[in-house]
Design a protein around this ligand. Structure first.
Ligand code: COA
Length: 262
């Protein structure tokens, strides 16, 4: 957990792992090294049963992430651009497929790939001064890390077109109104609010949370009948866990369950 990275920091607080994007001089733009380091950190977190929730944020108060590192674009070829797109999709898929809940604490600009990173998380809390958008169209490209597909699912086609085709940047409050973020708080409270949410998630039953996340994410991409069958199978599997016994016992005795993840 204490591994030293060049472009991110990973910190541990109780059962919560923080991933902090750490290139503030470039507004935490995502470059190749950062992608590799995110993959490595996420793999470590996935394999650590002591981590029950994750928070991703950016260093400083200016940016969560201003997107892909544009300085690499002039030298890009179609082949390297395709590779970069696939690498980002891999990182963001890993967040979506992580067996633990992930909270994005959006501490400033979340633009382009920065917004796509936040979209891959399960919950989004934004600081009041944060701005969110997909400005790729202004560079002559489109979102390439899942943005076109995920925005539609989260904020609907109409709003997604405003962001992707017009490159409009939304203030946090408007992002809240259209459901792009779950909560807006003053910057000074962002860390605490993210912790409160992550703490709550970290006290939940880990296997049920893992299956819930999978059923919701996977289920939204398949025909309803397939999703319903998956839901039944996962719900049935949960009856093999000790946590379901703990949950039911606690309900019967009107106490708080202590879920252990077995
Ligand atoms: N890639 C690489 N560097 C970036 C970057 C990015 N996506 N976004 C910002 N930076 C760098 C700037 O080049 C600048 O570096 P410099 O100090 O060496 O000149 C530094 O971060 C600060 O950014 P700056 O533009 O000076 O801040 P600002 O407050 O004037 O504007 C933004 C902030 C976010 C509006 C502006 O930086 C921006 O539009 N960034 C690009 C966003 C984008 O198009 N993302 C999608 C990429 S596909």
């Amino acid at each position: 957990m204490s591994k030293a990275y060049e472009t991110i920091r990973v910190e541990r607080e109780d059962r919560i792992a923080w991933i902090i994007l750490n290139r503030p001089h470039r507004l935490n733009a995502l470059n190749d090294v950062m992608m590799e380091e995110l993959l490595d950190a996420l793999t470590t977190i996935e394999n650590d049963p002591g981590v029950r929730a994750v928070i991703i944020t950016g260093e400083g108060d200016r940016a969560f992430s201003a997107g892909a590192d544009v300085t690499a674009f002039p030298k890009a070829t179609p082949v390297t651009a395709e590779e970069l797109s696939r690498k980002g999709q891999k990182v963001f898929s890993m967040i979506e497929e992580l067996s633990k809940p992930v909270v994005a604490a959006i501490n400033g600009y979340a633009l382009g790939g920065g917004l796509e990173l936040a979209l891959a998380c399960d919950f989004r809390i934004a600081s009041e001064h944060a701005e969110l958008g997909s400005p790729e169209i202004n560079l002559g490209i489109i979102p390439g890390w899942g943005g076109t597909q995920k925005l539609v699912r989260i904020i609907g086609l109409r709003n997604a077109k405003r962001l992707v085709m017009l490159g409009e940047r939304l203030k946090a409050e408007e992002a809240l109104q259209i459901g792009l973020v779950d909560k807006v708080v003053p910057f000074e409270k962002l860390r605490d609010e993210a912790m409160i949410l992550a703490q709550r998630l970290s006290e939940g039953p880990p296997i049920a949370l893992k299956y819930a996340k999978y059923a919701l994410n996977f289920g939204s991409q398949v025909p309803l009948e397939v999703g319903l069958r998956l839901e039944s199978a996962l719900m049935a599997l949960l009856f093999s866990t000790n946590d379901v016994k703990r949950g039911i016992e606690a309900f019967m005795s009107r106490s708080k369950p202590e879920f252990k993840g077995d």
